[in-house]
Design a protein around this ligand. Structure first.
Ligand code: ADP
Length: 427
């Protein structure tokens, strides 16, 4: 019943009661009856409103009628508030969903440092769980540096700290204060980054160290050569001596360039079948010149399988492994380079009967500049990069370097290659 309608009913009732009352002579009773009818009608409307108030979030039927008019305004206010809350909740949900795609741990703190919310990365990295929500972050991560970082009046530098759960893992925390109330903490794992930085520092230190020795020698020779007071024949004889340190520097620079190129460039992709027999023969001829002591080198080519890849790179593998076999074997000890079938493919192997390598060094031999006995190895003329080069080349040929060795009995360096469906015969 809307407002004008109820007004019309009221007036109609009044008029009807007055007419009937005047006609019948019972005007008072007639008006009284009309009032009762009016009250009954209003009572019915009131009951409807009362019923609606028990579920005020459903829109009132005939919202503008009678008593509903009273309830309609509060209903509209509730409804508006409800829409606003819905909007904020959905925006918050979007923010939390965004926090989930961030790979770093995101922790949102409330005004007294209690955890308000966190993403899955935080659960993984700092082993938080939903029960930690509401607890103070410093009571969970008790690292003193982290606690001081959290309590500092403002954030200056990121904090590096060791993970409370893994001594090997280095974490970095950054803090963003949102006004004076809230804070957002971002934590990320920087173990790999740190390792990379350390590797870079070590690399530069190693290169400088390797270059310093031949440079010092060259420097010493040059000083003598330009000293006019030194006998002429001595000064001339030093020219020849320059050759060795110069070669050493040259091979170091060559190896470094090759290694960088192997590490930074993708495999050429132009794989051609490599005639392993002639590749081994060429490598043998190349290392012949290096031999100061006579080692008997045997070439055994028993597999007809070819390797698909880059000839120059695979040649370098053979030369490096043969050079090492010669370098780390006493005079006269036999060395073999072989190419044999194995199940599913073929194996390239260099076997020596030399000094051998202790077990604990084996897994580090392919690291750049790693040498078992630094001073001993260096005096044998290596750069410490040979096996790193071999490792990278083999990786580009879908193979890996494997080593087995016994002290004073010798070593085997080998790599396996898979059978290819189509093998091309080599002329
Ligand atoms: P280097 O130029 O010093 O030979 P490599 O990377 O080729 O560097 O080899 C790393 C180290 O591995 C060598 O310094 C040496 O100590 C050890 N090594 C490599 N090959 C052999 C081998 N056949 N026998 C014994 N030790 C070896």
């Amino acid at each position: 019943m809307n407002h004008p309608q109820s007004k019309a009913i009221f007036i109609s009732l009044l008029v009807a009661a007055a007419v009937l009352g005047a006609a019948s002579g019972y005007l008072g009773w007639s008006l009284f009856l009309a009032a009762l009818i009016w009250i009954a009608l209003q009572n019915r409307e009131f009951k409807k409103v009362e019923k609606w108030t028990r579920r005020p979030l459903t829109p009132p039927k005939n919202g503008l009628e009678g008593w509903f008019r009273l309830a309609y305004e509060p209903y509209r206010l509730i409804q508006r508030e409800r829409e606003r809350t819905k909007g904020i909740t959905s925006r918050l949900r979007q923010i939390y969903e965004l926090a989930e795609v961030i790979p770093d741990a995101v922790i949102i703190l409330g005004s007294s440092g209690e955890i308000d919310n966190l993403n899955n990365a935080a659960k993984k990295l700092l082993r938080f769980n939903d029960r930690d929500i509401g607890l103070g972050i410093s009571t969970i991560v008790r690292n003193p540096d982290f606690v001081a970082f959290m309590n500092a009046p403002r954030f200056i530098d990121p904090l590096e700290f060791t993970s409370p759960f893994d001594q090997e893992q280095i974490l970095e925390a950054r803090r963003f204060d949102v006004g004076t109330e809230r804070k957002v903490i971002l934590v990320r794992d920087i173990t790999a980054l740190n390792r990379l930085l350390t590797m870079r520092q070590n690399f530069v230190a190693n290169v400088s160290h390797e270059l310093r020795t031949p440079l010092t020698v060259v420097n010493g020779y040059l000083e003598t050569m330009i000293d006019k007071e030194q006998p002429e024949d001595l000064r001339l004889s030093l020219i020849e001596k320059l050759d060795s340190p110069m070669r050493r520097m040259q091979s170091l620079v060559d190896d470094l360039l090759l290694l960088t190129q192997l590490e930074s460039s993708a495999p050429t992709g132009v794989d051609v079948p490599i005639d392993v027999s002639s590749m081994m023969q060429n490598a043998y001829l190349e290392v012949q010149g290096l031999q100061t002591s006579e080692n008997q080198i045997t070439i055994s080519c028993e597999s007809s399988m070819t390797i698909l890849g880059t000839h120059k790179e695979m040649h370098s593998v053979c030369v490096n492994l043969l050079t090492n076999a010669i370098r780390y074997s006493p005079a006269g000890k036999p060395i073999e380079i072989s190419w044999r079938d194995i199940s599913g493919g073929a194996r390239l192997q260099v076997t020596d009967n030399g000094y051998g390598i202790a077990e604990e060094h084996l897994h580090r031999l392919t690291e750049r500049f790693y040498r078992v006995d630094m001073s001993g190895s260096r005096s044998r003329g290596g750069t410490g990069l040979g096996l790193a080069i071999v490792k990278h080349i083999l990786r580009r040929h879908d193979s890996t370097l494997q080593i087995s060795s016994k002290m004073n009995r010798g070593s085997k360096f080998y790599c396996d290659f898979k059978h290819f469906a189509e093998t091309t015969s080599i002329r």
